[in-house]
Write a protein that binds this ligand. Structure first.
Ligand code: MN
Ligand code: MN
Length: 301
């Protein structure tokens, strides 16, 4: 099914996906919580990594979205396999390190683990934020191309903080889309998978696009789908997404992982990569290498 050539292409897509996620985070964070019209008034079209924003970031600095994903990757690598406790321990260590930002639902779940070793948040109809979806990439890479492992890892890590059917559905669909893009699947087939999510959960319908990009996972996914399917290149997908404002770092991170995997490393603008925090990029490259090598795909080779 796969050969050495595929493995090289998959590594390239995986790198582009992880770096694309970090770029979307760093780019979007500048305009997080702004409205689309405030962004237009201030920047015209916002398209450069300049830092600032409500978190007063350095140019290229990433936020909780990328940091939590790196926590999951670190846990897998250090544990040489999947361990939910290791993921939770890394989230706890990260929270204690006073991160630049942390969502309320994430904080609540991590605290419950620290206080009572809780590994699964109780089901909650209000916990439909995008915090579980934004960090799934290492789980998608480490499970590639096994769909059952993908499901297990994605839902387990999600439920540490978010236990909600709408969040679960989005996480699973996103994970599936990531596996497909790593294989080089075209947009019409990806679109059918997104439409499948909409068929099961009509709330995710993104045509006509409502223009909402809040931290509610439904708004997040609508924005990501709208701009990913309409964009003609990596840059267009990301610029469209973050210019919607609101939870722009997270919509940017999610669109960045999909568009990165879809278009590959050559499509990522140099000027964006150059602006990124070099330490983060180094850790991402190391993690991608190890996660893919340890994945079912890597073991086949
Ligand atoms: Mn963030
Ligand atoms: Mn955010």
């Amino acid at each position: 099914m796969f050969n050495q050539y595929n493995l090289e292409e998959i590594r390239d897509r995986a790198r582009a996906s992880f770096i694309g996620m970090a770029i979307g985070d760093a780019l979007g964070a500048t305009v997080e919580f702004m409205t689309a019209s405030e962004i237009t008034a201030k920047y015209g079209t916002f398209r450069d990594i300049i830092g600032g924003g409500w978190l007063r970031l350095k140019p290229g600095q990433v936020t909780d979205d990328t940091e939590m994903a790196l926590c999951i990757g670190r846990a897998i690598i250090k544990n040489q396999g999947w361990s939910l406790e290791a993921v939770a321990d890394n989230f706890a260590a990260w929270l204690k390190s006073r991160p630049v930002d942390c969502g309320d639902t994430c904080r609540k779940g991590i605290r419950a683990y620290m206080l009572k070793r809780q590994l699964e948040s109780p089901p909650n109809e209000w916990d439909a934020g995008n915090g579980a979806a934004m960090r799934i990439l290492p789980a998608a890479l480490f499970s590639f191309p096994d769909g059952e492992l993908l499901k297990k890892y994605i839902l387990e890590q999600a439920h540490l903080t978010h236990n909600n059917p709408v969040s679960d559905a989005a996480c699973l669909c996103l994970g599936q889309l990531l596996h497909m893009t790593l294989c080089g699947v075209g947009k019409s087939q990806l679109r059918r998978t997104a439409d499948g999510l909409v068929a099961r959960f009509p709330t995710f319908a993104f045509v006509p696009y409502r223009g909402l990009a809040t931290g509610y996972i439904v708004d997040t996914m609508q924005t990501v789908f709208h701009w990913f399917f309409r964009g003609k290149c990596f840059e267009e997908c990301l610029v469209g997404t973050v210019n919607q404002g609101a939870d722009a770092d997270t919509t940017g991170a999610i669109c960045g992982m999909l568009a990165g995997a879809y278009y590959g490393m050559d499509a990522i603008p140099r000027r964006w990569i150059k602006k990124m925090d070099a330490k983060v990029i180094t850790e991402i490259e190391l993690q991608v290498e190890r996660l893919i090598t340890a994945s079912p795909m890597g073991k086949m080779m």
